[in-house]
Ligand binder design. Structure first.
Ligand SMILES: [Zn+2]
Ligand SMILES: [Zn+2]
Length: 307
């Protein structure tokens, strides 16, 4: 995944050597992937298929971004437009479109040289790419530890996340060591970026809720994202999408934590052990309680009194 990202960045920056040569390609029909191709009397064995895209010349065309055994990345273009499966099949034609210039020749994103990136590198390797929601997760962890440094040394730090499929969860697992497996990461499927960082025995913590962030690219972003998710992106679409993702990552890295998350302190209900934000806590002779437990207790007491 990271490899694909790097190549899309290079392509988005125009770092490609145009070849545009008709070539013969060995194609594995069952696994739907190129195995190798001959060019200038040399056979280039494909060792890794980085991505498959829609061609932009005609609707049926497909393209393949492949890594070859010599360490180069090539873009292969499969022209299928003129083949008609109902009649005599015209021979498919392949073009070796371009080679991606290697990283030594490539311009490096400012972000990739920054210290922020050095810190993000491990978590991006763990997660598979460097994407905006991964940054959100990292920022949430760092903010929680800044506000309550003792959480880091407690073995009972628990994170309760209100979504079950965000890359932010990988950041939490990597940065804090709270995992589903050790039961220190709990997820509630509310599909929103709200994260509660609490000490189980201490009974207190912080609730971070994502603020609304304007990237001013929403229409383009959603359009490219839809294409990529539905598998109808061309290589250019994918490179443009990568550029937008990188811009969002860079913007999020630059923002102060306070601009990204709203903070409320939280406490544990003495009765049911649920965590709630300070504004919802009822004090009962010094014991914090949630609304439900509070009203249960009142009605139980009144039962006793009036029976
Ligand atoms: Zn990701
Ligand atoms: Zn309660």
């Amino acid at each position: 995944m990271l490899e694909m990202e790097h190549e899309l960045r290079a392509i988005g920056n125009g770092q490609a050597e145009l070849i545009n040569q008709t070539v013969h390609v060995d194609y594995d029909n069952r696994r739907q992937r190129p195995l190798g191709f001959s060019s200038n009397g040399r056979y280039n064995k494909v060792i890794n298929l980085l991505g498959t895209f829609k061609g932009d010349l005609s609707p049926n065309d497909l393209t393949y971004l492949v890594k070859t055994v010599d360490g180069n990345t090539y873009h292969l273009y499969l022209h299928l437009s003129d083949s008609d499966p109902l009649h005599t099949r015209s021979p498919v034609r392949w073009t070796l479109d371009f080679r991606v210039l290697k990283s030594g020749e490539a311009i490096v994103l400012p972000l990739w040289k920054s210290s922020a990136h050095m810190r993000m590198e491990g978590v991006a390797d763990f997660h598979g790419d460097l994407c905006p929601e991964l940054i959100l997760g990292c920022k949430a962890c760092h903010m929680a530890l800044e506000l309550l440094p003792e959480l880091n040394t407690l073995r009972d730090l628990i994170v309760i996340a209100e979504n079950n499929n965000s890359p932010a969860l990988d950041a939490i697992q990597f940065v804090l060591g709270c995992t589903i497996g050790n039961r220190r990461l709990r997820v509630i499927d509310n599909n929103r970026h709200i994260y509660l960082f609490v000490t189980g025995t201490g009974g207190y913590g912080m609730k971070l809720s994502l603020k609304e962030i304007r990237f001013n690219d929403e229409d383009r972003f959603n359009e490219f994202e839809r294409k990529v998710v539905e598998g109808c992106a061309t290589l250019n679409d994918a490179a443009s999408y990568q550029k937008l993702l990188d811009d969002r990552v860079a913007k999020l890295v630059d923002l102060d934590n306070e601009e990204v998350f709203a903070v409320e302190s939280a406490r544990k209900c003495f009765m049911c052990n649920n965590f709630l934000t300070e504004s919802l806590v009822h004090e009962n002779n010094g014991f914090p309680m949630c609304t439900v437990c509070q009203s249960n207790m009142i009605s139980n007491n009144s039962d006793i009194v009036y029976q």
